[in-house]
Every structure is written in structure tokens, then in C-alpha cells.
Design a protein around this ligand. Structure first.
Ligand SMILES: [Zn+2]
Ligand SMILES: [Zn+2]
Length: 112
């Protein structure tokens, strides 16, 4: 058939797959939290990947997904380490010293 966009579906900005618009909040451009992450950083850059969306009042990158707020660095860390869910077992330590960097290998869990 044709490649026309189906009604009620949007095309993800990152992976170009169609997703059901009704599952997401208005104006969403990404099909998953991972795609939102990749669509919010300049990952071709060497070194730190700076967050291009919201920064919290204390200076940390925030990723908003389905009404929930995540620390974007934790999302990055989870993707980098192939975790199934967003890392939420504790705090991460910023290895590179740039608080608005969300590159997965620039954050490490704080050992208890
Ligand atoms: Zn996608
Ligand atoms: Zn960094």
C-alpha cells in the first residue's frame, strides 16, 4: 500500500515508527521513553551529551514521559546498560562533572 500516515497515528521523530497517538499525551513526538531520550541529545558529539530539554530548578536534566518526571541521566544510564526499566535503585554519581550531561557512561551508581 502507500506510506501515508494512518489516522490517529503519529510517526516517531527518532525511530520513524508509527505509534498510536491516543496512548500518549498531546503533542508527543516519540513512541517510547528511549526514543524521547535519543531525540533530546546530540549523540554524535564526542564527550558529553548535553540535555536539550527541561532542566530542573536544581540544575538536573528532566525527562517527562506520560506525565511522570525522570532524571534524564538515569534514563541515559539505563539505556547504556541495557536495563529493562529506568534505573531507580538509588542515586547516580556524575563522573564527568557536567550536571546537564546525560551520557550513560558518564554516570555511575553511588555505592552504599
Ligand atoms: Zn520511536
Ligand atoms: Zn558527561
Amino acid at each position: 500500500m502507500c506510506a501515508d500516515k494512518r489516522k490517529g497515528f503519529l510517526v516517531c521523530d527518532t525511530c520513524q515508527k508509527e505509534f498510536d497517538r491516543k496512548q500518549y499525551s498531546v503533542g508527543h513526538k516519540f513512541c517510547s521513553i528511549g526514543c524521547q531520550y535519543w531525540g533530546s541529545v546530540d549523540y554524535n558529539k564526542k564527550g558529553c551529551w548535553f540535555w536539550q530539554r527541561r532542566i530542573s530548578s536544581v540544575g538536573y536534566p528532566v525527562l517527562r514521559w506520560k506525565g511522570e518526571e525522570f532524571q534524564a541521566a538515569k534514563v541515559g544510564y539505563s539505556i547504556w546498560n541495557n536495563l529493562e526499566d529506568v534505573y531507580n535503585n538509588g542515586r547516580l554519581y556524575n563522573v564527568c562533572g557536567n550536571r546537564n550531561c546525560v551520557r550513560g557512561d558518564h554516570w555511575e551508581p553511588i555505592e552504599k
